[in-house]
Design a binder for this molecule. Structure first.
Ligand code: PRX
Length: 634
């Protein structure tokens, strides 16, 4: 495509043009897509009011750009390869034509149930092709998809169904992850007890598990899907109509439903995918992220399809049947571009080299990472043992809010440095800020990362709470988007993300708010209060450390194992098993200031293994508390 960056000079040229006249630049990129009505204004509004809009006045459908646009030139090209959890089960492929047909049938299926433009549809599914098909079917009719990761609990699912008032839920009877069966329909049933507004549940049979059934509400996917017409004209949507809601955690309060709009998101995701990964027409791309997270949305579903690429979707886990599964799949499908999370790299690194060495990996050309800082050791291991020293690694920094990658090396095109995300994408203006809200300029400096200009992929709002959107992202440093991450700019201008500067923990690339975990712990009945902080974890990147004041004093004297088990269960049922604390320390009291504020800074230090240098403790109500906690630290 001609919006491609092919060499360093192109990058400089795109960067400069986007900087000098962003509207003209993005208009030129956008011309490569199919619009039914052209835009009147490329970008309006701005960061100072948090009201930026892209391509206003235009009409389009993103699925026409993902599918229909490719039918003439790539109709018989493979769009999707599905690799099942069980290595004995056959993989399945869809050409662009076949995928188009399935999406049309699914769109007709949704319409036959009364789903219309603007309705919210929740997808709580395993990583099966029908999830991707359902995502695109929603987009085709203009329904807003809200994908909830299959690892969330019934309570978390219910909260998300309620927040978006979804009228339809699509799920599986169950999902398989390694040897584990995830009873998705059972969990959904529990959630639906609180959600009478969900009119129908479509159940796609994946495992063949017996499930309970509510007549009139529950319907089998295969019964509905089969008879549907295989053509469905895409609905013409306004550029800023919502495409999807995706929930993510912040440092305070409940998870927020970030809303992405159709046009800006499409242009941003397509442009960044193409230029970061540098795929050729015959390459095979594999992103290991679940569609329940933003990486799955942008770079498993939309990015590859918008560029007519072949993408692999994997149902299972990296360690089943053994820690060589990823590499076996790479060889089996001749994967050329492989994109995963540092936590997966660290866990496979720990399993030993023999699992990698059994496989040739000769098809690999480009490697990628996303979701958390990749440490030096993991970076080197990935580069040498997976990439055999010949594949560039793209470390892509971005967030649910940004829609697509903001800072990244472009594979083989721009300079890369281990553990550095690199240079900003064209159109991105990264700014470092100090604690006083002043811009930190120059090289060899650090600060909080903000973005100083609107970009097309920016989320539009938090569903149902625009005030919270403005407050979270646009008030810390007025006129800038506040990312919540720390960042270092080296002597040559390359950027390295150093981790969150707020109360968000990144556990195995899953973003979890400390407040959410504390809420769950505090609801466990036998707890007075709690404080949750992160600690460095060898495989997960960060682990969850909970300090808990129990109601029953005796818990502090015994090992408190009953209370700890109770707390873990509670967090599992309130959020999901992935949010369970790794360490729970039962304490008599938390260190607090005289005004009652918990001194998290000290708790963080102790969790990291610190035994001194707690900084200024003169404002503490009772400084002896700190010493007691430290002595018993886990
Ligand atoms: O802290 C940063 C980290 O993940 C956060 C965003 O999480 P989420 O919205 O779930 O999206 C993850 C996938 C895009 C960021 O605020 N993060 C993301 N990518 C990187 C990263 N940290 C370091 N390096 C990265 N490449």
């Amino acid at each position: 495509m001609s919006y491609s960056i092919k060499n360093q000079g192109d990058y400089e040229d795109h960067y400069q043009r986007a900087l000098e006249d962003g509207e003209r630049f993005w208009a030129q990129v956008a011309e490569h897509f199919d619009w039914t009505v052209p835009w009147k204004k490329v970008c309006s509004g701005g960061l100072s009011k948090g009201d930026m809009k892209w391509f206003e006045g235009a009409r389009l459908n993103i699925t026409a750009n993902c599918l229909d646009r490719h039918l003439d030139s790539r109709g018989d090209k493979t769009a999707l390869i599905f690799e099942p959890n069980d290595p004995e089960e056959k993989s399945v492929s869809y050409t662009y034509r076949e995928l188009h047909r399935s999406v049309c049938k699914a769109a007709s299926m949704l319409e036959s149930l009364g789903v219309r433009k603007g309705d919210r549809v929740c997808l709580y599914m395993a990583m099966v092709p029908e999830l991707l098909i359902a995502v695109l079917a929603c987009a085709r009719i203009g329904a807003v998809h809200s994908v909830v990761f299959g690892g969330f609990s019934a309570k978390a699912l219910a909260d998300r169904l309620k927040d978006a008032r979804c009228s339809l839920l699509i799920t599986n009877d169950a999902g398989m992850r390694g040897k584990k069966v995830i009873p998705l329909k059972d969990i959904a049933d529990e959630a639906l007890g609180q959600c009478p507004f969900v009119k129908n549940v479509i159940v796609h049979k994946r495992v063949g598990r017996s499930v309970s059934w509510k007549e009139g509400r529950d319907l089998w996917w295969h019964d509905l899907f089969e008879g549907q017409p295989d053509h469905y004209s895409p609905q013409e949507l306004e550029a800023n109509d919502p495409l999807f809601i995706l929930y993510t955690s912040g440092s305070t309060g409940r998870p927020k439903g970030l809303v992405h709009a159709c046009a800006g998101y499409m242009v941003w995701v397509a442009y960044t995918f193409q230029n970061i990964f540098q795929m050729g027409e015959d390459d095979v791309y594999w992103c290991t992220a679940d569609i329940g997270w933003i990486t799955g949305h942008s770079y498993m579903v939309y990015g590859p399809l918008l560029n007519g690429a072949t993408a692999l979707m994997f149902e299972g886990v990296p360690t089943f049947p053994d820690a060589g599964r990823f590499w076996e799949v790479v060889d089996k499908h001749r994967v050329s571009h492989f994109y995963t999370a540092p936590t997966a790299i660290r866990s496979l690194m720990g399993a030993g080299l023999e699992f990698v060495e059994k496989h040739s990996l000769s098809s690999l050309k480009v490697l990628g990472t996303v979701g958390e800082p990749v440490g030096e050791e993991a970076w080197k291991w990935y580069h040498e043992n997976v990439g055999k020293g010949r594949c560039p690694i793209v470390d892509t920094w971005w967030q649910t809010e940004t829609g697509g990658a903001m800072i990244s090396t472009l594979a083989g095109v721009t300079k890369s440095k281990p553990c550095f995300a690199g240079r900003p994408m064209p159109g991105v203006n990264p700014v470092l800020m100090n604690e006083r809200g002043e811009v930190v300029s120059g090289f060899g400096v650090s600060g909080n990362l903000c973005i100083g200009a609107p970009w097309p992929g920016m989320a539009q709002t938090i569903y149902g709470d625009h005030e919270r959107f403005l407050e979270t992202y646009f008030t810390t440093d007025p006129g800038f988007y506040f990312t919540g991450d720390g960042c270092r700019r080296d002597e040559s201008g390359l950027l390295r993300i150093t981790g969150r500067v707020d109360d968000v923990i990144n556990v195995s690339g899953h973003r979890i708010g400390t407040a959410e975990v504390e809420d769950a712990i505090n609801q466990s009945g036998r707890v007075v209060e709690s404080a949750v902080v992160a600690f460095p974890h060898e495989v997960k990147g960060q682990g969850i450390y909970a300090y808990v004041v129990g109601e029953d004093d005796s818990d502090t004297d015994t090992d408190g194992s009953a209370l700890k088990a109770h707390i873990r269960d509670k967090v599992s049922s309130e959020i999901g098993p992935f949010a369970k604390p790794d360490k729970i320390q039962i304490v008599r009291a938390l260190p607090k200031t005289r005004s009652g504020k918990i001194m998290r800074r000290i708790l963080r230090k102790i969790a990291e293994g610190g035994s001194k240098d707690f900084g200024d403790t003169s404002t503490l109500l009772d400084s002896a508390v700190v010493e007691t906690i430290r002595e018993r630290a886990l």
